[in-house]
Design a protein around this ligand. Structure first.
Ligand code: ZN
Ligand code: ZN
Length: 366
């Protein structure tokens, strides 16, 4: 019998290494040998207790790994075999309910938000429901994307933020060649939106950040497709965009976190009949500088975007494979189990400056 070590978040800030039995697979399921699991804001909010799932559970919802064992029907359904490297979608899909058949499997009637990887209680067998583990269970209704052979597993974890960049920056706002795109927030998702917009043919991409905290990320943005990077503490993004292009933005994408002023800036940056995608949450009802009348006068389309989908992940993996943007060189911190707590605290803003991208490598040091 094989066992797997995994990190269980037992309560806020309490990560413990536990050993689980790796299940035998049946016809319809599989086991993934986790090679790398990317981290995002959700991970540090789970860790600090800001986002409350039922503790304890194995976190990790951006897994990349190799299929260790797989049942015959699962192999056919997912079109993968043992030994294939895959990225795992956080949501499950029954492939049969109304939402799943319409392609909106995030609202699957059978699974929905209750069964997301990285959220399921460890007491539900076989317990290995997340990526902070040497092996992750792949339930029959999993959704997988093949990882191109040229990508190493850590680089492939960018499938998740870049998938978000493609969906939020291109698919949802229907960004077209020649568009002027403004991106608010220079985290890995903001940089991904820049790359996705440029790859879709945007003629000009501006990104904004705020203060010293964002200086390094703004400096990086040019390598990811940004033509202009603006620190909103020292410059007016509307004036900067007008000076550079003579226009306002066709598409504005807000991927800020906890930045109440971003909505007002987005509305000001959008041209008449422009499109704004809001994918960042403010954690506040205050919206300083927001003039709702501008929505009317400019006839703006303001769209919310939550989550990503496998089509965007596939597109992200294909874009990573081209090597057009230097995602492999993003300042990242790669940790084994013993480095996870410190990394999550740093990402939550409680310690050292966070890396642009954090990754857990579960077999490190074990
Ligand atoms: Zn995530
Ligand atoms: Zn369904």
């Amino acid at each position: 019998m094989t066992t797997a070590r995994a990190l269980v978040l037992e309560a806020p800030r309490q990560l413990a290494v536990r050993t689980f039995e790796v299940p035998d697979v049946g016809d319809d399921d599989a086991v993934l040998r986790v090679e790398a699991c990317g981290l995002c804001g959700t991970d540090h909010e789970q860790f600090t207790g800001h986002l409350f799932p039922g503790y304890g559970f194995v976190p990790g919802h951006e897994s990349v790994g190799v299929i260790e064992t797989i049942g015959a029907r699962a192999a056919e359904r997912w079109n993968v075999r043992a030994g294939h490297r895959v990225a795992v979608e956080v949501f499950l899909s029954c492939r049969d309910c109304e939402a799943c058949r319409a392609g909106a499997y995030q609202r699957c009637a059978r699974h929905g938000l209750a069964d997301m990887y990285g959220y399921v209680p460890a007491e539900r067998a076989p317990g290995l429901w997340g990526g902070y583990a040497q092996y992750q269970y792949l339930a029959p209704d999993s959704l997988l994307c093949r990882v191109p052979a040229s990508l190493d597993p850590v680089a492939a974890t960018i499938f998740n933020p870049l998938g978000a960049g493609i969906r939020w920056g291109v698919t949802v706002p229907q960004t077209k060649p020649g568009d002027v795109v403004a991106v608010l927030g220079p985290g890995v998702r903001g940089l991904s939106v820049c790359a996705a917009a440029k790859h879709a043919g945007a003629s000009f991409v501006m990104i904004t950040g705020k203060g010293a905290r964002d200086a390094q990320r703004l400096a990086l943005a040019r390598d990811f497709g940004a033509d202009l990077a603006v620190d909103v503490d020292t410059a007016d993004p509307v004036a900067e965009l007008r000076a550079a292009t003579g226009h306002l933005a066709d598409v504005v994408v807000d991927v800020t976190a906890k930045a109440p002023a971003a909505l007002g800036q987005a509305v000001q940056l959008a041209r008449r009949a422009g499109t704004i995608v809001i994918a960042g949450t403010r954690a506040s009802r205050d919206t300083p500088g927001f003039d709702p009348d501008l929505i009317v006068y400019k006839e703006l389309r303001i769209l919310g975007a939550l989550g990503v989908d496998t089509a965007a992940y596939e597109a992200a993996l294909a874009l990573l494979e081209t090597g057009r943007f230097p995602f492999a060189e993003l300042p990242s911190r790669i940790v084994g189990f013993d480095g996870v707590a410190k990394l999550l605290a740093d990402m939550a803003g409680e310690g050292d400056p966070p890396p642009v991208h954090g990754v857990v490598v579960p077999h490190e040091g074990s």
